[in-house]
Design a protein around this ligand. Structure first.
Ligand code: FAD
Ligand code: EPU
Length: 352
């Protein structure tokens, strides 16, 4: 009797799983590099209540789990043999407010740019410089997205997640996220170990312009308003970054390397016009400048080529496989090392 009841329960669960998990799914339209990889198992997460079932299915089937947002920072090196869960949870809730700040809790599947627009419409400030960055809210803490003088960590209060192994709900304070330039604990020790479900932002009620970034300040006229800053960021981004719908890409393919002042002086001896910015006691070198100077805007390999307006962006117009994109990137890395003695680190997530 118990055995029959157990079997019936299992059958019910298998039926439920087969309604949400599909097999052998193309990821080509789900990553902005348009890499034609496939996922052995795939599910969209639209309801948090589905997650325990999905994680149990992965555990029982001995499948690795990969959480996908909008695929704008992913390089699929090959097909994925585990379970891809696309984060689609929606919802924006104001938790509390005072005269200076507002605390907003946002579901991880919300589109980032739409959330920035929502903040602008509600007079909640801070994220204007991060307009038009592709992807989801849940992915924003992963690499601490940044642009035009602002990093998202400045406004992140807390990250809510579910542990993939245990199914347990966990929270991370700002300090526990270990944010740094294009880095966080989620990209390192917790990589593929948690599903981020919500991010809490502490936003400003009064607008404070951050407009020192050179290409941005050239675009602005005084007085700078939240709307004019948002518009200027969108204009600058559209002028140099390719729209992935037209030209598949994952944004910057490499981080800007950070070097010591001694290394910079040495570099400037051979390359006086090298572009660099001080960061604390060190210097960030513009990797786009290095790649541009090395002549990569003219070099293509298996139809993969850097963008004509921004050499830091590797493009994949012919939807070549991840191996072709990565081979092109490895060639850039060894060329930059040979010419300038600098190691370039790949910025997007490479999924093997
Ligand atoms: P995905 O690419 O789907 O995933 C990226 C990583 O995050 C993966 O490891 C994935 O497993 C993990 N992940 C995603 N969601 C979750 C979740 N809910 N829980 C756990 N793990 C998760 N980045 C910048 O910082 N600044 C820029 O200016 C910028 N400009 C860009 C311009 C273009 C044209 C493009 C294509 C990309 C750009 N990027 C930029 C990179 C990209 O937009 C960001 O990294 C973005 O946050 C990725 O979001 P996503 O939802 O697409 O994440
Ligand atoms: N440059 C060139 N040739 C090029 C590209 C750049 O000479 O082909 C030089 C120019 O001197 C330019 C300088 O490099 O002034 C810096 O270029 P840009 O302002 O475009 O910024 P970036 O350093 O190339 C970084 C981020 C971008 C972010 C912008 C704006 C990284 C790895 N990239 O690019 O983020 O949008 O600054 O803040 O930090 C991303 O992470 O995907 C991304 C797009």
């Amino acid at each position: 009797m118990i055995y029959t009841y157990g079997c019936a329960l299992k059958l019910k669960r298998v039926r439920k799983i087969s309604r949400v998990v599909t097999t052998n799914v193309s990821l080509e339209a789900l990553n902005t590099l348009a890499i034609p990889a496939r996922a052995a198992h795939f599910a969209e997460l639209t309801d948090l209540a589905q997650l325990p079932l999905l994680l149990q299915f992965a555990r029982e089937s001995d499948l690795n789990v990969f959480i996908l947002g909008e695929g704008s920072n992913c390089v699929f090196a090959s097909d994925y043999s585990g379970l891809v869960i696309q984060q689609r949870l929606q919802g924006i809730d104001v938790q509390s407010e005072c005269s200076e700040r507002v605390l907003v809790k946002v579901a991880a599947g919300e589109n980032w740019h739409a959330f920035v627009q929502w903040c602008l419409a509600n007079n909640f400030h801070g994220l204007e410089n991060l307009a038009l960055i592709p992807g989801t809210v849940g992915a924003a803490p992963i690499q601490n997205i940044g642009a035009y003088g602002v990093e998202v960590e400045t406004f992140i209060e807390r990250v809510h997640a579910i542990e993939i192994d245990s199914g347990k709900a966990v929270q991370f304070s700002h300090a526990q996220c270990q944010f740094a330039y294009r880095e966080s604990v989620f990209k390192r020790a917790l990589r593929d170990r948690v599903v981020i479900t919500h991010v809490e932002f502490s936003l400003l009620k009064h607008f404070l312009a951050v407009s020192h970034y050179p290409s941005l300040s050239q675009q602005l006229t005084q007085p700078v308003t939240a709307q004019s800053l948002f518009d200027a960021v969108c204009t600058v981004r559209r002028s140099k970054l390719p729209d992935p719908i037209e030209i598949p890409n994952a944004g910057s393919f490499f981080k800007n390397p950070v070097i010591s002042s001694d290394q910079l002086i040495e570099l400037q001896r051979s390359f006086p016009s090298v572009v660099s910015y001080p960061v604390e006691s060190e210097f960030k070198v513009a990797a786009g400048w290095l790649i541009d100077q090395a002549g990569w805007k003219q070099k293509q390999l298996d139809c993969v080529i850097v963008h004509h307006d921004q050499a830091l962006v590797v493009t994949n117009p012919k939807h070549r496989p991840g191996a072709s994109v990565l081979q092109y990137a490895y060639n850039i890395q060894s060329d930059i090392k040979r010419r300038f003695g600098i190691d370039l680190e790949i910025e997007p997530r490479v999924i093997c």
